[in-house]
Design a protein around this ligand. Structure first.
Ligand SMILES: C[S@@+](CC[C@H](N)C(=O)[O-])C[C@H]1O[C@@H](n2cnc3c(N)ncnc32)[C@H](O)[C@@H]1O
Length: 338
């Protein structure tokens, strides 16, 4: 059964469903975008993430993990949640050898990961070490709300003339609480993605972390920083590296994602820091590494080794993408240490 058929069947059986259930069925249940045979987070897939762009992302993070290992000692485990194809863990583990676990919801990604690292579909009960999540939180199901006059309405998913469509619904108390805390002064007609599942996920990791740190990379901003994006909201789809159709049009066939409201996560761990990805990677030495690559490229050019020069140049260009101030460099990194 396709994700769309499952969604339609659910609505026909019991009426309109909250958007977070629609998103969950569209992404993670049989027939869902991440539940099929295709490995989504690959160069040949639907979106390009930092670790897919450059192995220097994982290599640079190895320094953070090694520093944390120095700080808290053994036992120590590196846990990557939503590890996708393993493009972060592979170069990281090649740089710093440490016990690791990949936590993944997608069966096809788990199969790919199991070739080189232990894999689970859920978080360990207790964690001592570092938890990393790159572009996971933007994929966690969101509820949808729209500002109408002076109040909020929820947008659920129903069937109108046999087509999936947004339908009006009274906002649930948990949704209103979240909006009152994190939406900010949204103008009439503005859309907000209500990230209750993101908060639940982050609380769960915080509860399980005995010592060490959590590092969350994603697109998004603080509640205040997101305000200019509220007129149309930030919910969108991706397919084959491009923005895809309307989220209700082809459930199961597209990625569905929203900008992360980091204020809502920071509230759960007030000691956490929020920085830009370019600053975070620079502080871990990526700019120095780029300087080394530039020198190596010149040496290869001088010695006439064109293959080597091209290899280094590619590595350098890919890594520069990680720091692009209006691209991946503009991602946010939440760092929590305990
Ligand atoms: C956008 S992909 C990012 C993959 C990888 N981190 C990267 O940067 O290339 C999001 C991944 O998170 C996984 N995922 C979503 N929810 C999850 C959860 N609750 N636990 C573990 N993995 C999850 C998806 O299956 C998918 O592989």
């Amino acid at each position: 059964m396709s994700a769309k058929e499952r969604i339609v069947e659910t609505i026909e059986a019991s009426g309109p469903i909250p958007f977070e259930l629609f998103m969950d069925l569209a992404l993670y249940h049989p027939g869902g975008f991440f539940a099929g045979e295709i490995l989504r987070s690959e160069k040949a897939g639907d979106f390009l993430t930092s670790p897919e762009v450059s192995p220097l992302f994982g290599e640079t993070l190895a320094k953070f993990v090694a520093d944390e290992h120095d700080r808290i000692g053994d036992p120590f485990q590196l846990v990557e949640v939503g590890a996708g194809s393993g493009s972060l863990l592979r170069p990281l583990l090649a740089t710093f050898d440490v016990e690791a676990l990949a936590v993944e919801a997608s069966p096809v990604a788990r199969a790919a990961l199991s070739e080189f690292v232990p894999v689970s579909h859920e978080l360990p009960d207790r964690i001592r070490g570092v938890v990393i999540a790159n572009e996971l939180v933007d994929n966690l199901p969101v509820a949808l709300a729209q500002r109408v006059d002076t109040g909020w309405r929820e947008r659920w998913v129903g069937l109108v003339a046999d087509q999936l469509a947004f339908v009006d619904a009274d906002p649930r108390p948990s949704v209103v609480d979240w909006l009152d805390s994190y939406a900010g002064p949204v103008t009439d007609g503005g859309w907000v993605e209500v990230q209750l599942a993101a908060g639940e996920w982050f609380s769960e990791v915080l509860d399980r972390l005995e010592a060490g740190s959590i590092v969350v990379f994603d697109y998004g901003d603080t509640a205040e920083g997101l305000l200019p994006r509220r007129k149309d909201g930030t919910l969108r789809t991706y397919r084959a590296h491009h923005l895809g159709p309307h989220p209700l049009d082809e459930p199961g066939e597209t990625d569905i994602t929203a900008d992360v409201n980091f204020t809502a996560l920071m509230d759960l761990a007030p000691e956490a820091r929020l920085v830009r990805q370019d600053d975070f990677l620079r502080d871990l030495g990526l700019r120095d590494r780029l300087g080394d690559l530039r020198r190596q490229e010149l040496e290869a050019a001088r010695s006439g080794d064109e293959m080597e020069r091209l290899r280094i140049r590619t590595l350098k260009t890919e890594a520069e993408t990680l720091l692009h101030p209006r691209g991946l460099g503009d991602f946010r990194v939440l760092i929590y240490r305990t």
